[in-house]
Design a binder for this molecule. Structure first.
Ligand code: UDP
Length: 327
């Protein structure tokens, strides 16, 4: 079996990637410091606890498993936190990724799949973002991810470390078998917070701003089902296995949903009211982030299968109701 080192494999997206890797015949080796992730979510391969900035520990893990590739999910990803504490983001995301890339090169592992973000584009209103759009991040989180992309380009030239970079938009939903799902502490994401409000685990969902320049005044985002997202990663891995050139792909569906539209769909799926409070804008937010997925579809053959808002909320709700959130 081929080992793949999955950093952040105990987190939301990383754990779904491990499930998809196992289904595709790989052995996912999770490397995670459990600062955000959950050991219970590591169900599909071995677990190695460690920090991205710990070169010695990384060297041990690379030597023990000799992974054919790295899938690098581990990162801090809260825009607000990154504004309050940029140093934490440069240390963990940038210095951590640099250490990981150096360890990969040292171990002779030459294929690297990286989770980047649409936050690298910054606020470009009324544009459907494609991979060639200029990147002007407006917060340290986005800047940290752009810096890692830059490092990957340099490592390609200097050290033959080949990469596929995926720029995520908004990820939602859960494993349809509900073995794993989305769970953050503290939770900051729209859909899990909304489901908490629906079943009384919190008083209400606060809508962050109703005066944005959009048809209903709330922010618009492009949501992709987590299972579709991780499918793209398997295709990205195969792309590198087939010696295709390093490449950047946006992972979006091309359709945006406003916060109000997501709330309305949740009401329709669950049959329950969503208690809502209209609040002020959240610092660091953009008006509208919508991607085309033309390149991923044309070149990787990626086709989102579950990324309707109804399906994403249905799968998230099923997971939510398993009670995992109560642990
Ligand atoms: N949002 C909101 N209330 C919340 C959490 C999020 O109105 O309690 C909005 C947020 O402003 C954004 C959208 O929902 O427009 C998605 O936010 P999330 O934090 O899920 O993802 P992000 O877009 O920041 O990556």
């Amino acid at each position: 079996m081929t080992n793949i080192l999955v950093t952040g494999g105990a987190g939301y997206i990383g754990s779904h990637a491990c499930k998809a890797l196992q289904a595709a015949g790989y052995t996912p080796v999770t490397y995670d410091n459990l600062s955000i992730g959950w050991q219970d979510a590591v169900k599909f391969g071995p677990f190695e606890q460690g920090d991205l900035t710990d070169r010695e520990r990384l060297d041990q893990v690379f030597a023990a498993y000799q992974p054919a590739a790295v899938m690098h999910f581990a990162a801090l990803s809260q825009v607000g936190d990154s504004i309050r504490s940029p140093e934490t983001y440069w240390h963990n995301n940038v210095a951590g990724s640099l250490t990981l890339m150096q360890a990969a090169v040292h171990a002779g592992c030459r294929n690297f799949v990286f989770s980047s973000t649409c936050a690298t584009y910054g606020d470009q209103d009324n544009v459907v973002l494609d991979e060639e759009c200029a990147q002007h991040p407006i917060n340290p989180y986005g800047a940290s991810k752009r810096a890692i992309e830059d490092m990957l380009h340099g490592f390609e030239v200097a050290h033959d470390l080949h990469h596929v970079i995926f720029r995520y938009f908004n990820v939602a939903g859960a494993d349809p078998e509900a073995e794993i799902g989305e769970f953050h502490k503290p939770e900051t994401h729209l859909i899990p917070l909304m489901l908490d409000a629906i079943d009384g685990k919190r008083d209400a969902l606060t809508v962050f701003g109703t005066d944005w320049d959009t048809p209903d005044g709330t922010c618009i985002r492009d949501y992709v089902h987590v299972m579709d997202l991780v499918d793209a990663h398997i295709l990205g891995l195969k792309w590198l296995e087939n010696d295709k050139p390093s490449r950047v792909f946006n992972l979006g569906t091309g359709s945006g949903f406003s916060v109000r539209e997501v709330i309305d769909q949740s009401h329709a799926v669950t049959g329950r009211d969503v208690p809502v409070i209209d609040g002020p804008r959240r610092p660091g937010d953009c008006t509208r982030l919508v991607s085309g997925s033309t390149r991923a579809e044309a070149e990787l053959g990626w086709k989102p299968k579950r990324s309707t808002m109804k399906q994403m909320i249905t799968d998230a709700w099923r997971w939510h109701q398993t009670g995992h959130y109560d642990k």
